[in-house]
Design a protein around this ligand. Structure first.
Ligand SMILES: Cc1ncc(COP(=O)(O)O)c(C=O)c1O
Length: 383
């Protein structure tokens, strides 16, 4: 049987990983500035994370959500502490799309309304409602098409206010990434997030902060949306939450009430996933990784801004995007094939850096040296 061919693959088989390094099946080592797409938060195969999953595996891996699971309560308490979202409630699922799907559905249940405001270039996942709220028609199947989603320009307060003035009483939720990731690393302005908060308050809509990529400390705050100084009603989380163990979830403000059967899942919140998520929070707290993301991010952003050939740099903490001058379009290929450095991309020509928050300064400097070398290689080819 062949694999369903939906991913354009690099012909590299990664078979081993530790920290910010990965190795292929031939023993070649790579520096991972991509974090497996913002997933690796505390480092590949981090020893405490491995041990906590291993211990849990010997105790119990799975039981259904029909019984009390103390480890879910433990995770809820740990998340309240690290996020600072006191009194929020936790619903656990398995991925980012599922987290947004549940967030949107919950907002509709809570308000009794159907309309969702999303933004141009947003990416919220590939399940039914999440993909409908994603601004990319090529991944929306005919069955997912709906006129319940209103797409507005990103960071445009006037359009937002106009939309609420015209149809605010029909709007269930506004969903927004604190930093748009797939679009190419674009930050939501503080004033824009504050305006969303106000519109949602004025019209009784739910503010959903999609923190799947920009959350979990990556921006230098637990949620990137926190930089704006206002709280959302629902935060969706996944990627960094399990450091590679599949888990997602939503944090839900105290005023949104649960009802039996409203949401549900078979695998969400299973003990193994909770053990992985707890290990992540424990390491983040013990090693002060949110602060580290801020400091190392500032260093990296500054260095990139002073790198010849780099046209523009965007982002916060260890969620960084940069564009190269004309003629350097092959940079990502040279970094991977010649310098053995994994980076991410966003079309048409943004390089995305999403490394582990535990990446060392030594590895960051190695990346910068590699980047300069790759730029020289490309410049020589051009001349
Ligand atoms: C902002 C954002 N939301 C949602 C998703 C979907 O997450 P998943 O692929 O885990 O379903 C992603 C994935 O890239 C994302 O970047």
């Amino acid at each position: 049987m062949s694999l369903f061919n939906v991913y354009p693959l690099n012909p590299i088989a990664i078979t081993k990983a530790a920290g910010s390094r990965v190795w292929d099946d031939k023993g070649q080592e790579y520096l991972d500035m991509y974090g497996g797409h913002a997933v690796i938060s505390i480092g590949h195969t981090q020893p405490h994370w491995v041990k906590r999953i291993e211990d849990q595996l010997h105790a119990i891996a799975f039981y259904s959500n029909s019984v009390v699971m103390p480890i879910q309560e433990e995770l809820a308490t740990a998340l309240n502490n690290i996020s600072g979202k006191k009194g929020f409630q936790l619903f656990l699922c398995n991925s980012g799309a599922e987290a947004n799907e549940n967030a949107l559905k919950l907002a509709s249940f809570h308000t009794g309304r159907k309309k969702i405001v999303a933004f141009k270039k947003a990416f919220h996942g590939r399940t039914s409602l999440a993909v409908a709220a994603t601004d990319n028609p090529s991944i929306v199947a005919p069955v997912n098409e709906t006129d319940n989603i209103i797409f507005l320009p990103f960071n445009d307060i006037a359009s937002l206010q106009k939309c609420f003035a015209e149809q605010g009483t029909n709007i269930a939720a506004v969903i927004i990434e604190g930093i748009q990731g797939v679009a190419g690393i674009y930050e939501a302005d503080d004033a824009f997030l504050q305006a969303i908060r106000k519109c949602c308050d004025d019209f009784g809509a739910v503010y959903i902060a999609d923190s799947v990529q920009c959350g979990y400390g990556r921006s230098g705050q637990f949620f990137a949306h926190d930089h704006a100084g206002v709280s959302a009603d629902i935060y969706s989380m996944a990627k960094g939450m399990g450091n590679g163990f599949p888990i997602g979830g939503i944090l839900i403000a105290p005023h949104i009430q649960a009802k039996f059967g409203m949401l549900g899942t078979t695998f969400g919140g299973n003990p193994l996933a909770c053990a992985a998520a707890l290990a992540v929070i424990e390491v983040m707290q013990q090693d002060h990784l949110i602060k580290a993301a801020e400091e190392k991010g500032n260093y990296l952003i500054n260095a990139l801004k002073n790198t010849e050939g780099v046209k523009s740099v965007r982002g916060r903490g260890l969620m960084i995007g940069f564009e190269m001058e004309a003629g350097l379009e092959d940079l990502r290929k040279v970094l991977l094939n010649d310098l053995k450095i994994f980076t991410g991309e966003a079309k048409p020509n943004v390089i995305r850096l999403l490394p582990s928050l535990a990446i060392s300064m030594e590895d960051i400097n190695l990346f910068l040296i590699g980047l300069n070398k790759a730029i020289q290689v490309l410049k020589q080819k051009k001349d």
